[in-house]
Design a protein around this ligand. Sequence first.
Ligand code: DAS
Length: 357
Amino acid sequence: MYKKVGSILLVLMCALLLNFQAAFAAQKLPDVVILATGGTIAGSGATSTTTVGYTAATVPVENLINSVPELKKVANVRGEQVCQIASENMTNAVWLKLADRINTLLARDDVDGIVVTHGTDTIEETAYFLNLVVKSDKPVVIVGAMRPPTALSADGPINLYNAVILAGSKEAVGKGVLVTLNDTINGARDVTKTNTALCDTFRAPELGYLGYMQDSKPHFYKESIRKHTAQTEFDVSGLTELPQVDIAYGYANNSRVMLDAAVSANAKGIVYAGVGDGSLSTDVKAGLIDAQKKGVVIVRSSRVGNGIIARNGEANDDQLHFVASDTLNPQKARILLMLALTKTTDPQKIQQMFWEY
Ligand code: DAS
């Protein structure tokens, strides 16, 4: 009799414990770390109507967090100031520091996701770099603002709120590095800044948003099929610098002068932003051939901004040992080429990377 009662009590206690654990898990807020780098989201303007000509990178991360008290309702948040710069001054050194810090934090059980606050001018480049070097499936979300916090209808606070929710969400796990501004969710590979001043500037013009932020929740409708984060072959841990890769821009009547300058400055790679489908003028083609013969790896991209730069289309890449950038714009192609050069200088192997990432 007593044994039976004891067994029933034990079962009841286990059920209560399981319910408590489930309730606790449901209540437990995600642990999100905000890594601040500067930008407009941390800027300040002289008046409430100053939306251009303000000073970027003045507000420290703790002030950013305290300026959005709603953050505490959606996540356990803490901040670290990685640097305080306008992102036109972003450097490889900051990228390597960010990569190291993010990989260290995401390896911890008490970190569920990362938010990086960043200037909008090079946000797409930092996002793609991290997309290729972060070694975790946990969410990494890059966020910025087009108006400083001092401006009427500043967009930074709601962007930061959305970024923290997204970084702490289960939906964002495994999606690669994400960029959120203006209630949209973009993937790092395809997002680009499309307008110098408007709040809806970040788009993937033809490949589209991955989803939206609405009502304090992420709504995904697709995801990137290219390799990223946990699937990456690139490892920058221990690196103190990255190979020098420069970009030359194509236009009517241009010459090889910028290519020769890049080679003289010891570039290890050149991305050529060709006209149309990555087309090369006679003089530019001669300059790229000479550079390649000196060991510089050449990637043909395009100034057009959308579409596939087809291998062996506007140039015989097989014969010239060039790489075609697929759909990566010049600034993204530069990042993939920099990381590729940490592993190989073989144009065929690098071409395969442009088809996989
Ligand atoms: N100069 C811009 C930058 O830091 C300001 C901004 O838009 O964030 O990228």
